[in-house]
Design a protein around this ligand. Structure first.
Ligand code: GLA
Length: 388
């Protein structure tokens, strides 16, 4: 892959030395959904699929970006003195946002860059493709501009900042963090309130992690995401009138029950209840995994789905059908919607012996019930972003 992409780079940008290749993975989140921006825990792993970046410094101050996934967009061109967001630059706004973020943090970018991108993450799945473009760009800048002291966590924070302030999507830290910091055969138990984390061994000798793409377009996901975020913030303010907490992630389910009446609307109460109970489930899931209790991990994933569906209301009919059909199959330990929601994917843990039946029966029944063709990906965990 690396040599092919370097050859392609030379074909597009011309021969010359100083070409280097980089990779940032996609991610799967086992449990802990819509908890990161509520100061709770998440439990994601990095995948082996992701975004490759091949890059070289330029002698001038131009920035030229080309993606093999979007040849119809042509070359996205900008200059270090004008990296403004432009609708017509489409996907190219993600790397531009990261470069702009470096500059706004007073990290000098003395010369321009040529970058070629290629992602083997299928489009629109909600498994972190935009964050992987951002993190790989951050790593390219760190490496080529020789910012040795910049940590991979700094790069994750810059990627989040680019997404929040430049792209305008107020997502949490989960995606860039796991993409920058992931480790093969491990999930990362991250406390999003202070970025403390541990690597939890993810030994699943008898099971596979399967991502199922509902093929349901994720409509208006950004607006609905911001709405959930605002509802949780308001519920937090209401709770802060009686309890000294900085975020919902600090509450146990028991304490939440005692103070929940302070929340002035049933909708906000449900949203906050999800944030609190999901965080508790995530903590329990890590404990279960430490004991090797994959069965309990699966049960917690199932409970997560119900909470996302009923309390947080970020599921949709298609995701619910995929999950219901998965639950019908012996050998499925757990299945739930994953990521922001309103379409996209589910994540399931399936015993090796049940994988074929899972793909066949869930696929067939899903098609019968929705008319849509689901895609299945048996994924492997991988390492975080790296120079190749
Ligand atoms: C998106 C965001 C993450 C997280 C999830 C929901 O993937 O990018 O920060 O909030 O949704 O868990």
């Amino acid at each position: 892959m690396k040599q092919q992409l370097v050859d392609k780079f030379l074909e597009i940008y011309g021969e010359g030395d100083g070409v280097k290749a980089y990779f940032a993975p996609g991610r799967v989140n086992l449990i802990g959904e819509h908890t990161d921006y509520n100061g709770g825990h998440v439990f994601p792993c990095a995948l082996t699929v992701g975004t490759y970046g091949v890059a070289r410094k330029r002698e001038d101050t131009k920035v030229c970006l080309y993606s093999l996934n979007y040849p119809e967009c042509g070359m996205v061109k900008a200059s270090l003195s004008d990296l403004a967001y432009r609708q017509k630059d489409g996907w190219g706004n993600y790397p531009k946002g990261v470069i702009q973020t470096f500059i706004s943090k007073n990290l000098k970018i003395p010369c321009g860059l040529d970058i070629l991108y290629y992602g083997d993450i299928p489009k629109g799945l909600g498994i972190g493709s935009s964050a992987s473009i951002e993190v790989v760009t951050g790593l390219i800048l760190k490496d080529l501009m020789d910012y040795k002291d910049l940590s991979m966590i700094d790069i994750a924070l810059f990627a989040q900042l680019a997404e929040n302030e430049y792209v305008g999507m107020s997502c949490g830290i989960m995606d860039p963090f796991i993409i920058a910091m992931g480790k093969k055969d491990h999930a990362v138990f991250l406390d999003a309130s202070d970025l403390s984390y541990i690597y939890a061994p993810l030994a699943l000798p008898h099971e596979k992690i399967i991502i199922t793409n509902s093929q349901k377009a994720r409509l208006a996901v950004d607006e609905r995401y911001q709405e959930r975020r605002a509802q949780c913030e308001k519920a937090l303010e209401e709770l802060q009138t009686v309890i000294a907490i900085r975020n919902l992630g600090e509450l146990t389910a028991e304490v939440f029950e005692q103070v929940q009446e302070m929340i002035g609307s049933p909708v906000r109460l449900r949203r906050a209840r999800h944030a609190v109970t999901e965080n508790q489930r995530t903590i329990q899931a890590v404990e279960a995994l430490k004991r090797g209790d994959i069965f309990e991990l699966g049960q917690l994933m199932n409970a997560s789905h119900l909470s996302l569906k009923e309390d947080y209301e970020v599921s949709c009919e298609e995701l619910d059908i995929l999950v219901e059909e998965a639950w019908e199959i012996d050998g499925v330990l757990g299945s739930r919607m994953m990521g922001a929601g309103f379409g996209g994917c589910t994540v399931s843990i399936v015993e090796n012996s049940a994988v074929n039946e899972f793909i066949q029966r869930v696929g067939e029944n899903y098609q019968k019930r929705t008319g849509l063709h689901a895609d299945f990906y048996v994924v492997e965990t991988g390492n975080g972003a790296a120079v190749l």
